[in-house]
Design a binder for this molecule. Structure first.
Ligand code: RB5
Length: 352
């Protein structure tokens, strides 16, 4: 086989080689990698042969979008949280394997290693292929990893379909965290520290209020912190008259940008704060004045921001509602998921 030499300008051509079952060497944020499409048994076997592997060691999977995860892994809350926080980045997560992934891909183990490297070309390539990829280091079994296309060709010329010319970023290897069980386990310490992993698993709430709910915001903050929750307080910081969008917007934005898991926004009625929060893409803010709706909106709407009114509820009532809201998981019911997907589609249409 002749190994084609491609440049990063040839994204479409590179994606086609992968879609057709070929092996492509491509730079990553660490070393050079060899990629093949998943699922494709022939491409998988060709990759094993190209590397000259004798013993069977499973290849890590690469996703280029978070929504590719559910097809290959059964992620628990911790796993989803770490993926949302660190992908793309220097993290490999070991999940429980999705039953539809055939056992030989994981050497009969019920776990699967998944990574989303932080490299723009590689991510665009994955998106152009449209499926997860298998991604392993671009070297022969037992040989040192290659850092640039020249080193790849020295080892693999004629054994792979194509190489994208260039150099890998050479960053520290990814940290590997096993999130397949109840407790997470660090299997290899790499670019992300144990402290950073722990910190990113602490539940974080973004909080914002205007003067109409200043007292309640402070009481709520104290209560959340007593529960062990980290609070990002976006103000306000006095009872002086102010404008609710100045606090509700950054709080909602922190949720959309995954700096916080959930948000709580308050104003006199709760209405202005909820309208503001719902302007942020990806936010589903629910205005609630009764505990029963707190439960329903988590179960049905998977609301990620809660709005309440300081002229409607006192601190104790807000705390009761917030606790129920925080402790109620989304039901996962397909009919609710379908409706949420339609909200997302509406957002996309609005952007066009
Ligand atoms: C402020 O007076 C008030 O308008 C605000 O807190 C809120 O009720 C807006 O919806």
């Amino acid at each position: 086989m002749k190994t084609k030499q491609l440049t990063t300008d040839q994204l479409k051509e590179t994606a086609k080689i992968l879609r057709d079952g070929g092996i492509v060497a491509v730079m990553t944020d660490t070393v050079f990698g060899l990629a093949v499409k998943y699922p494709d048994i022939k491409a998988y076997q060709a990759l094993v042969n190209a590397k000259g592997r004798e013993e069977h060691k499973p290849f890590p999977f690469m996703i280029s979008a978070l929504d590719q995860l559910s097809a290959i892994a059964l992620a628990n809350e911790k796993g989803k949280k770490l993926a949302a926080r660190w992908f793309p980045g220097a993290l490999t997560l070991v999940f429980k394997k999705h039953p539809q992934v055939e056992d030989f891909y994981t050497d009969n183990k019920d776990t699967i290693a998944v990574r989303m490297p932080k490299d723009d070309f590689l991510l665009s390539l994955g998106q152009a292929v449209g499926t997860p990829l298998l991604l392993t280091s671009a070297n022969l079994a037992g040989q040192p990893p290659a850092l640039n296309s020249g080193e790849v060709l020295q080892q693999l010329d004629g054994r792979i379909d194509a190489v994208v010319l260039g150099s890998a970023q050479g960053n520290k290897a990814s940290t590997i965290v096993d999130v397949s069980g109840e407790e997470f386990q660090i299997l290899r310490q790499g670019g992300i520290t144990l402290e950073e992993i722990k910190e990113s698993l602490v539940q974080t709430i973004a909080l914002g209020a205007d003067h109409g709910a200043f007292t309640q915001k402070n009481d709520l903050k104290k209560h959340l912190e007593e529960r062990g929750i980290k609070v990002l307080d976006f103000g306000c910081f006095s009872e002086e008259s102010c404008d609710y969008p100045d606090f509700a917007y950054p709080a909602a934005k922190a949720v959309a940008e995954k700096k916080a898991d959930l948000g709580i926004v308050l104003c006199g009625s709760g209405i202005g704060a909820s309208i503001t929060a719902n302007k942020v893409k990806g936010i589903r803010c629910a205005l609630v004045d009764d505990p029963k709706w707190a439960k329903i909106t988590r179960e049905h709407n998977d609301s990620n921001v809660l709005a309440m009114g300081g002229r409607v509820l006192d601190s104790a009532q807000m705390i009761e509602i917030a606790d129920i809201w925080l402790d109620t998981p989304f039901s996962g019911d397909p009919r609710h998921q379908r409706r949420i997907d339609k909200i997302r589609e509406a957002e996309v249409r609005e952007e066009e």
